[in-house]
Ligand binder design. Structure first.
Ligand SMILES: *[C@@H]1O[C@H](CO)[C@@H](O)[C@H](O)[C@H]1NC(C)=O
Length: 366
């Protein structure tokens, strides 16, 4: 560990110098060897077994706390700021501000109005021979409204593409919780809305995939683990998911991820490692690996990921798609497995910048 602050001794307490007083030109990095306890395999199992027994377990915990006194005795002179404060912003000309409590359908509509009016659906999607992949949100919206296709019809293409990807050997799943009948059910409801002319928003009937650490009823949230859903029951949608649902999005399932988000390759030995659609012998990056891959393979216009240390940015870069990470505190984290901490946000992963704008209008509390 390297500290950027000098430590002063004051009795038993260590008082750190305020950051503003540290002369960084004289700070030297020291390569100090730190001894830390290290347990794996049999000894780790034994330790966990002991730590979980009633009396010995609590004694072990008291002992560990005593060992960790160093951190408790450190005084940091600045008041901690866990949540960034946003100074009130003056409204600028040409900047459209979304209402924080605005209805999701209205927010996405406002974002839509900000997009350049260049194409109401790309020309090439009207070609019946065109593959259905790589459609952006406005392509689907145009195709549904002009009855070139319907959500239920597009869903069958999606389902066969997922089946094809699930039959790969070795296993490299994009989605680790997925139920085609659930996708068909949502798509049928959307199709009916289009038939009645009562579609909810530009996102109605749009396929959106969700990282496995975001609650999306009725799918379990496993966080890329095999047993996590046993201790974390999903009873309702996360806030960001319920906004998407209010807009009519078809939530296709939970995407593969680096186990518990603790890594940046996307290598998942529980479910199989998602492969980079541009080069199947390469990693997607992680931890939002499946979300980036499903967008990059053209099956979904958008997916949600989470990012604390690069988990949206890394796979988006490696898979050649758009990923957005904002300041911590800008997104509502209710309904996420890892809603605590001081860095993580929910962020959209999309094929185009314009789709990122549409998604951001729902994910961020601006
Ligand atoms: C994933 O990691 C495991 C364990 O380190 C390794 O054996 C395996 O080859 C890796 N898989 C891929 C696809 O890289």
């Amino acid at each position: 560990m390297v500290y950027l602050c000098y430590l002063l001794e004051m009795g038993k307490k260590r008082v750190m110098l305020p950051a503003s007083e540290v002369d960084i030109t004289t700070v030297k990095y020291t390569t100090q060897r730190i001894q830390a306890p290290y347990l794996t395999g049999f000894w780790l199992k034994l330790f966990v077994m002991l730590a979980e027994t009633p009396i010995i377990g609590s004694m072990i915990m008291i002992f560990l706390k005593k060992m960790n006194r160093g951190a408790e005795n450190t005084v940091i002179p600045e008041a901690p700021m866990f949540v960034p404060e946003f100074p009130p912003q003056e409204s600028e000309p040409d900047v459209v501000c979304l209402e924080e409590d605005g209805k999701p359908e209205e927010r996405v509509e406002l974002a839509l109005q900000c997009l350049p009016d260049n194409n109401a659906g790309s020309i090439w999607i009207t070609d019946p021979a065109a593959p259905f992949r790589y459609w952006k949100i406005r392509d689907y919206a145009y195709a549904y409204r002009s009855k070139l296709t319907a959500p239920s019809q597009a869903t069958e293409n999606f389902i066969s593409a997922i089946e094809e990807s699930n039959n790969q050997n070795p296993l490299a799943p994009l989605l680790i919780s997925y139920d085609p009948d659930e996708v068909r059910r949502q798509a049928a409801a959307s199709t009916q809305r289009f038939e009645e002319g009562s579609e909810l928003s530009i996102l109605d009937g749009i396929f959106i995939a969700v990282k496995d650490d975001i609650d999306c009823y009725p799918y379990p949230s496993k966080g890329g683990r095999t047993w996590f859903h046993e201790i974390h029951e999903v009873k309702k949608d996360a806030v960001c998911i319920s906004r998407l649902r209010n807009c009519g999005a078809v939530l296709v399932g939970k995407t593969n991820m680096h186990e518990l988000g603790l890594g940046i390759t996307g290598n998942n030995t529980n479910f199989g490692t998602t492969r980079n659609p541009h080069a199947p012998d390469r990693y997607t990056g992680g931890s939002s690996s499946g979300s980036a891959a499903i967008v990059s393979s053209g099956l979904c216009s958008a997916a949600l990921g989470t990012d604390g240390g690069g988990s949206v940015r890394i796979p988006s870069s490696l898979c050649g798609v758009v990923g957005l990470k904002t300041t911590y505190g800008r997104t509502d984290m209710k309904g996420l497995i890892f809603h605590y901490g001081t860095v993580a946000i929910v962020g959209p992963i999309t094929a185009t910048v314009e789709d990122a704008i549409l998604m951001a209008s729902l994910v961020y509390q601006i």
